[in-house]
Write a protein that binds this ligand. Sequence first.
Ligand SMILES: Cc1ncc(COP(=O)(O)O)c(C=O)c1O
Length: 409
Amino acid sequence: MFAPGQWPGYYSRAEGVHVWDLDGNKYTDMSINAAGACVLGFADRDVDSAVHAAIDNGTNCSLNCPEEVELGDLMCEIHPWADMVRYARGGGESMAIAVRIARAYAKKDRLAFCGYHGWSDWYLAANLARGDNLDGHLLPGLDPAGVPRVLAGTAFPFRYNHTEELEAIVKENKNELAAIVMEPIRDYYPTPGFLERVREIADEIDAILVFDEVTSAMRMNAGGVHLRLGISPDIAVFAKAIGNGYAMGAIIGKEHVMQAAQSTFISSTNWTERIGPVAALATIRKHRRVAAAEHLVALGKRVQDGWREAAVSAGLQIHVSGIPPLSHFSFEHEKGQAMMTLFTQMMLGKGFLASGKFYAMYAHQFSDVESYLAATTDVFQAIADAAKKGEVEKRLMGPVAHSGFHRLA
Ligand SMILES: Cc1ncc(COP(=O)(O)O)c(C=O)c1O
């Protein structure tokens, strides 16, 4: 995905912000921090020691672990609008559970959604109707091979901040929509009134509002970012960062909605193992204790500013987006993807895992950011020089990276 044939691919050890590849090369990770999972840092000592203790006491048996009750209480304390919780381990499966509960509650089939929500049939069904429906939703071009064709016409995408697109879906499918599914925030801040109007529409048409917080949670605060935005959903879904790299997913919701889970079948053996809840409790508690969000936001702001400064000094046009802890940039140039590949290639040479995304970890120090930005400034100069001479591709030691998940999908 980043610099084919050059990106190391496999690791032997990861700790803090550092990763060692199989040849013993050490890198500072200024990229996607385990696809956003390790928000505190790799092999975080506090989370790991809680997990070690859980391992010593048995992580799975015929009874339930009390940590799942403790975690449920904590999630409902942090999100006071929520009363009940279900657990899974991955983000995509947690979203599938949320959608199942919403459909069971509403007794309707169709969905309006915005953004990326994982690999499940309910989501990829959007691409059965028209191959480009998911374009503009983070991972464009996802192929729905293997998704039953009968699901065509069950999931309809709208773009963030485009209330008129949601309204058009509602008009077409008024009494059929079980849920509106979206991330509360991702690349752009909500325009005034957008989330309020989505909430209003959901209520008007008796649809469940599901906030996918799989990636957005634990960045701007120790919980769902919707708390910061002032809009409560009916269901919110968490995974990734709540376990700091240990598999954990949680679906929280209002009692009358969550009770619908009893009328359907949602269960899996390892959803009651102990490591996930123990890791989540340790992660959330540490996140709160050390005020991790403040540090993540400050790091992200400095990186965004540094990208802009480096681009100006090199005479490059870039586009910067994202909430600070989940920052993105792209080169605004016809060779943008090749330039990004060259960026990764050259940053690898300077000891950084780097791409167009910087996902902040609590373990990042400002000194890491400054070293990274100094390297970025040099590399941007070299990229500008390559672009001027029409040599961007020539300077690559491998193919141009593909964009999105095409190869994986
Ligand atoms: C918003 C959102 N929802 C769902 C998912 C899927 O989560 P997972 O990869 O854990 O299945 C992701 C993963 O990137 C995501 O960003």
